[in-house]
Design a protein around this ligand. Structure first.
Ligand code: 6PG
Length: 262
């Protein structure tokens, strides 16, 4: 399949997912910023509000920083109408070095004057991870006005992918992979010997747009398995991400995409 090329990005479709391969890291961030801006403009036009579930880890930090500090974006970013949520969180205090909230605070929030009510942090300071998940779920149900048999619909959900094919805190054998009613759950991740709080796969798949950001050669084997290997979502949780009524975009760099058969 011959990839299309616009600017410095190759675009192909694999299994109904749009794969965009940026020529370099700056191009990748530029594309991600543009996707965020377009989704924000569309959502605010439709309902005067833009909801984003942020991904954690290290990959998205430069994107968050660019969104917060690029003066050329100016009024294209309706921060006062933007509500930030987290796709997952480590069960550590919010100022812990491995906290996803802390990463977003340093890369994004510290540069903005976002109203406190627009930042929907997962409250990991509570005594139990399950309680943190329950509180987060209640906050989401209230904000999105969804009952127990409904799920919230994020305008944009950002995701990363581990080299093992996990995404958010959906890990092999985890509860969140197959849970259909809950919005968020707490998981013990044996491999990491730690608790995580994560949106369930069902909630992620209810998003209007899911944007994966995957970079680096160390992700190339996992990306090939997830996108072109056999379907085994219990071993490769990123395969479970297939929005039921939304767009799925994989934004990668050439290193991460280097093993794809295009
Ligand atoms: C987390 C993330 C996780 C992350 C991947 C990729 O809390 O760690 O949500 O799913 O996106 O592990 O992490 P990197 O971007 O650091 O490679």
């Amino acid at each position: 399949m011959k990839p299309a090329r616009t600017n410095h990005v190759k675009i192909v479709t694999l299994r109904n997912a749009e794969i965009r391969i940026a020529s370099d890291h700056d191009e990748l961030i530029r594309i991600a910023v543009e996707e965020w801006v377009l989704r924000a403009e569309e959502a605010v036009r439709k309902k005067d509000c833009f909801t984003v579930a942020l991904s954690g880890g290290s990959t998205p930090a430069p994107l968050y920083k660019r969104l917060a500090t690029d003066a050329s974006l100016g009024e294209r970013l309706p921060w006062d109408k933007t509500h930030l949520f987290w796709g997952d969180e480590r069960y550590v205090l919010p100022d812990h070095p491995s906290s996803n909230y802390r990463m977003v605070r340093e890369a994004l929030l510290s540069h903005l004057d976002l109203p406190a009510e627009n930042v929907h942090r997962i409250k990991t300071e509570v005594p139990e991870p399950t309680l943190a998940a329950d509180i987060y779920e209640r906050e989401l149900r209230t904000f999105f006005h969804v009952q127990s048999n409904q799920l919230p619909r994020f305008d944009l959900t950002l995701l990363g992918m581990g080299s093992d094919g996990h995404t958010a805190s959906l890990f092999p054998g985890g509860v969140a992979l197959h849970e259909t009613k809950r919005i968020a759950v707490a998981e013990w991740v044996e491999r990491l010997r730690s608790h995580r709080i994560t949106l369930t796969a069902a909630t992620i798949n209810n998003s209007a747009t899911v944007l994966f950001l995957v970079t680096g050669i160390e992700k190339s084997a996992g990306l090939r398995s997830v996108l072109q290997g056999e379907s085994q979502p219990d071993r490769l949780p990123a395969q479970v991400v297939r929005p039921t009524n939304g767009r799925l975009i994989w934004l990668t760099d050439e290193a991460a995409a280097s093993r794809l058969d295009l």
